[in-house]
Write a protein that binds this ligand. Structure first.
Ligand code: ADP
Ligand code: MG
Length: 151
């Protein structure tokens, strides 16, 4: 499996990168985000939202699990951290197969309910403002997306 690495120099850098990626997204695309608390998953998601033309402020949906935003494409933002140990099914498939883009923070927690193809993005904190991004495309659609993004 091919892995793409990208280094972020700060929150704005992360936002620009996310906006660039957002410009290439389409309905039914799924991004899975992994990384410790404070790694930058929500910061990255806010960048995606900007790139999708969403004007509402995107906040961490920790207490609601799923939030939906309207832009050029709908954005389904999930933070499934609170589902740890519960294995609850909130009908995720309807979002994955819906008309928008889905982003899942802490995706491994709902491992059994994830689609077969997705772009996995792991964030690692290197310092106060430096972050390492590891992008792993699973499926042809996401392989092409990464090739384009990094060309
Ligand atoms: P998570 O959702 O992974 O818990 P957040 O995005 O909520 O993380 O928080 C990340 C914190 O780290 C924010 O306060 C953000 O400003 C800060 N930060 C510093 N450098 C970066 C960077 N390069 N990319 C993203 N966030 C960064
Ligand atoms: Mg978060």
């Amino acid at each position: 499996m091919k892995v793409y690495e990208w280094l972020s120099k700060g929150p704005d850098d992360t936002s620009s990168f996310a906006q660039k990626l957002a410009g290439k997204l389409k309905a039914k695309d799924v991004l899975l985000l992994e990384g410790d608390l404070g790694a930058g998953k929500t910061t990255f998601t806010k960048g995606i939202a900007l790139g999708l033309g969403i004007r509402r402020n995107v906040s961490s949906p920790t207490f609601t699990i799923i939030k939906e935003y309207q832009g050029n494409l709908p954005l389904y933002h999930m933070d499934v951290y609170r589902l740890q140990d519960s294995n609850e099914d909130l009908g995720f498939d309807e979002y994955f197969e819906g008309t928008g883009v889905t982003i899942v923070e802490w995706a491994h927690i709902i491992e059994d309910q994830l689609p077969n193809e997705y772009l996995s993005i792991s964030l690692y904190r290197l310092g106060d403002v430096e972050r390492r991004f590891e992008l792993k495309p699973v499926g042809k659609r996401y392989e092409l997306l990464c090739e384009e993004l990094f060309s």
